[in-house]
Write a protein that binds this ligand. Structure first.
Ligand SMILES: C[S@@+](CC[C@H](N)C(=O)[O-])C[C@H]1O[C@@H](n2cnc3c(N)ncnc32)[C@H](O)[C@@H]1O
Length: 308
């Protein structure tokens, strides 16, 4: 596996739970460095197919190269969750046996200072997963009202000092633009948080979610994936923080419901059947050995849903 780009999390568990038919068609909606994609392909038979998509052009290039040994069994496409239906249509596939979402950013994105996702090294405050689209974090920070920034930090970072930090950022930008990761870090440090690293992680996470519209994208992606799955097909989602995990449960929850008649009705009149079932009630977590080898896996939470 190409550990330099990204080490896939819970790879064995993903393959075991996702590949229900070795000759089926699968979509990896978050190809990254192609690690999960390669593991899925290795489990497929000669007629099995995989579509690998990512909104980051660097990830698409990496995945294309990594998966080239599988030739015509693979289609790699540049596309985000909002365009998931188009991605699948472009690959010429009517329906899917499995879809994987391994959420968030890859180690490569996080560890490349020029992408602006990390606070440990200095780089331009960009944070766009697709650098060709949308507004960078620096542009966002230059134009947001203080109250709107505070809301982003609170809603997407669950940061309790959101208002103080927003005030510090706005004060700093009066002196000079908050244009680099180090500028943002300095503004946060000015608030003297009790646990600086955790606070920085929450602030950077919140901005990243806002810049990339991550939660809206996730909901759209899950709905599109759910509508494309064949009966018996599986959806696998790896979430890394509570906002993602909560949204997965909220979006999939209504699809698990059967009859919605009032309890007083003696027989069912709605005839509604659940569209999905949960494969396991509890999320799968990485074991101690995996966490020891790959720290990123410590917060991973893997859920499977099966189309009924
Ligand atoms: C955790 S990494 C995936 C790593 C991958 N599973 C592997 O084994 O290398 C998440 C990837 O999802 C992509 N991504 C995140 N949100 C996306 C979205 N809304 N649409 C498409 N790709 C997205 C990111 O660009 C990143 O490359």
């Amino acid at each position: 596996m190409n550990g330099a780009y990204h080490v896939p999390v819970l790879a064995r568990e993903v393959v075991e739970g996702l590949v229900v038919d070795r000759d089926g068609v699968y979509l990896d909606a978050t190809a990254g460095g192609g690690g999960h994609s390669a593991a899925v392909l290795a489990a497929l038979g000669p007629t099995g197919r995989l579509i690998a998509a990512d909104r980051d052009p660097e990830a698409v290039a990496e995945t294309r190269q990594r998966l080239s040994p599988w030739g015509g069994q693979v289609t790699v496409i540049h596309g985000d969750f909002a365009a998931l239906r188009d991605t699948v249509a472009t690959a010429g596939v009517p329906a899917l046996n499995g879809v994987l979402f391994d959420l968030g950013v890859s180690s490569h994105q996080l560890d490349t200072p020029a992408r602006g996702f990390g606070f440990r090294e200095e780089g331009p405050l960009d944070m766009r997963m697709d650098p060709e689209t949308g507004e960078s974090a620096a542009t966002l920070l230059a134009r947001l009202a203080e109250a709107d920034l505070a809301r982003i930090l609170y809603d997407f970072g669950e940061e309790r000092q959101a208002r103080r930090i927003a005030r510090a950022v706005c004060r700093q930008r009066q002196e000079q633009p908050v244009a680099t990761t180090a500028d943002l870090r300095r503004a946060v440090e000015r608030t003297h948080p009790e646990r600086l690293t955790k606070t920085l992680a929450r602030v950077f996470q919140a901005l990243r979610i806002a810049v990339n519209g991550e939660l809206v994208q996730l909901e759209q992606g899950l709905r599109a994936a759910a509508s494309l799955l064949l009966p018996g097909g599986r959806l696998a989602v790896i979430a890394y923080h509570s906002l993602e995990d909560r949204l997965v449960k909220q979006t999939m929850g209504p699809l698990l419901l059967g009859c919605i008649c009032p309890p007083a009705l003696p027989v069912c009149a709605c005839g509604r059947e659940p569209a999905f079932r949960r494969v396991q009630v509890r999320a799968r977590r990485a074991d101690a050995a995996e966490i020891g080898a790959n720290r990123r896996s410590r917060s991973a939470s893997l859920r499977f849903y099966e189309r009924v």
